[in-house]
Design a binder for this molecule. Structure first.
Ligand SMILES: Cc1cc2nc3c(=O)[nH]c(=O)nc-3n(C[C@H](O)[C@H](O)[C@H](O)COP(=O)(O)O)c2cc1C
Length: 329
């Protein structure tokens, strides 16, 4: 089968294919993979796929934009690793809100070394839901994570003990609000508990062994069959926030999230997501107040050192590539 992949700027079709192959390794809520790509002579386009939205867990499609932002960050990183500069425009066409970004691989005098360093981490990053060791993460690594968020115009605030305690409570509240919502549960069942070779949704083997205590942080149970020892988990929990909450801010926050995740992977850390408090709007508003009111919380991450987990499969490239536009744009 011939894929609709062409050369773009400096990149030949094989390089374009490998860059899209890296993009689809991004995380996405329930592994929905809500993205599509199109090759045009002007650049590589990233489109949202509205058919893969989650109307209950993500009614305003905020997390869809985070997921697509993560794919965009992988794309930029892979293009930089191929020796080109990924010149990126967000929402390039007012009349087409599903067209999220266009990336043009330009000649680079010197590729962005910091991006290139993260490319190796793309296939090594997996959501790791296993118990984490109790060792504290060194301050120098936390500083790198904070810097990774800032470079992408987001923010990873220092949380006081009181704020962490408040966040822990909001995670509980969000979790129980979702479990009490039949519409949430129906959507959840549609996308989880899949066979290990399912190309989308969360496979049952991704559940791993759940931490039994996890420092009091309640996690979603994807059907894990066993529990870790009590008190064996001591995750670092961080919030990534943006300064505003427009669609472009959310797409930037997704890039920041992925930059933080790849920086963590490169530093030998594992990570998973705690998105219950940002998926329930009134609880997200409470979290915003808890953070001082200046930031829009976009995602909560749990970081530490777990045990290896299997990779979660992706759809084939044929499924995510769009045919060239009839206008040849
Ligand atoms: C915005 C967002 C929210 C997510 N929320 C959760 C969550 O609350 N709990 C969880 O275990 N995984 C969560 N995930 C992780 C996805 O389930 C995971 O990315 C997907 O199954 C693909 O697996 P991978 O990350 O190992 O490649 C989230 C991912 C994204 C991008």
């Amino acid at each position: 089968m011939t894929l609709p992949i062409t050369s773009i700027g400096l990149l030949d079709p094989d390089q374009v294919k490998s860059a899209i192959g890296a993009a689809v390794l991004a995380p996405s809520t329930h592994n929905t993979q809500p993205w599509r790509f199109r090759c045009t002579h002007a650049g590589l386009e990233l489109h949202a796929d509205p058919d893969r939205a989650l109307p209950v867990a993500d009614a305003d499609r905020r997390e869809l934009l985070l997921s697509c932002g993560a794919a965009l960050f992988n794309l930029r990183t892979a293009i930089a690793a191929l020796g080109a500069h990924p010149a990126t425009t967000l929402f390039p066409r007012r009349d087409d809100p599903a067209l999220l970004a266009v990336v043009r691989p330009f000649a680079a005098r010197r590729p962005d070394g910091r991006l290139v360093q993260l490319a190796d981490a793309i296939p090594r990053r997996h959501t790791n839901r296993t118990p984490f060791e109790a060792d504290a993460i060194p301050a120098s690594v936390v500083a790198r994570l904070r810097h990774a968020a800032e470079v992408e115009q987001a923010w990873l605030p220092r949380l006081s003990g009181q704020q962490l305690e408040g966040l822990r409570e909001l995670v509980h509240k969000g979790h129980h609000a979702q479990l009490a919502d039949p519409a949430f549960l129906a959507e959840w069942q549609q996308w989880t508990g899949r066979a290990p070779d399912s190309r989308d949704g969360v496979p049952e083997n991704a559940a791993g062994s759940m931490p039994s205590n996890n420092g009091g942080w309640v996690l979603r149970d994807f059907g894990s069959r066993d529990r870790g020892r009590p008190d064996d988990s001591e995750p670092l929990v961080v919030v990534i926030g943006s300064f505003d909450d427009t669609k472009a801010d959310r797409l930037r926050a997704g890039q920041a999230m992925q930059r933080v995740l790849l920086t963590a992977t490169a530093a030998g850390l594992d990570a998973s997501f705690i998105s219950q408090p940002v998926e329930v709007p009134p609880i997200r508003a409470e979290l915003r107040r808890l953070l001082g009111g200046g930031l829009w919380p976009q995602i909560v991450l749990r970081l530490g050192r777990g045990t290896p987990v299997p990779w979660t499969p992706r759809r084939s490239l044929a499924d995510v590539l769009m045919e060239p536009s009839p206008l040849g744009a």
